[in-house]
Design a protein around this ligand. Sequence first.
Ligand code: AMP
Length: 213
Amino acid sequence: MKIIMLGAPGAGKGTQAERITAKYNIPHISTGDIFRANIRDNTPLGKKAKSYMDKGELVPDELTCDLVTDRISKDDCKDGYILDGFPRTIAQAEALDKALEKRGESIDFAIDIEVPDEEIVHRMQGRRFCPKCGATYHIESLKPKVEGICDKCGTELILRDDDKPETVKHRLSVYHEQTQPLVDYFEKKGVLKKINGTIGLENVTAEISKVLG
Ligand code: AMP
């Protein structure tokens, strides 16, 4: 099962992808997480990606596409995977198609989690991030057991630089311009499934499970 999670930043792609991963036992591949891990490890890729991410811009396609096409050719992706945050441009979607075609494969589902912009801005301000292990929480809807502390590794949680209000607004405009056209792209391929992302975490998971079967 090859699944793409679409939706604005903060729509819940990552949280839902984690749940699907646990249920179907397929890898969760988040390009945002890969870039953040590279930033933590201070790699050359991390240094390049950081300058774009801090401004709320997309990391250039040439740094992103090979990363994903290499990752999905690994052994653990044989039975499928969930791509979270990729593709984010038409060029990325085309690069993915090409890589899949070579292997006679295609995407099974593109799940678009729809959330209005005002709700996104509200959500992102409440989002908290663990700078050590990358886990994500929310001060209202996904609280850690101890306020401000990561459940998984005990580190103090922070507001990600790119979740700050000015950057969120910019990320949303980048999303509408460059990523939203993918909704039509996958609709034309007949794999698009729209999910209302405002019905609560559990209900969104239930709707996605219905779609995946
Ligand atoms: P995310 O955690 O998916 O919201 O991604 C955080 C940031 O990483 C984005 O705002 C982009 O700067 C960068 N990023 C993640 N995925 C991609 C992608 N597919 N293409 C370009 N930039 C990306």
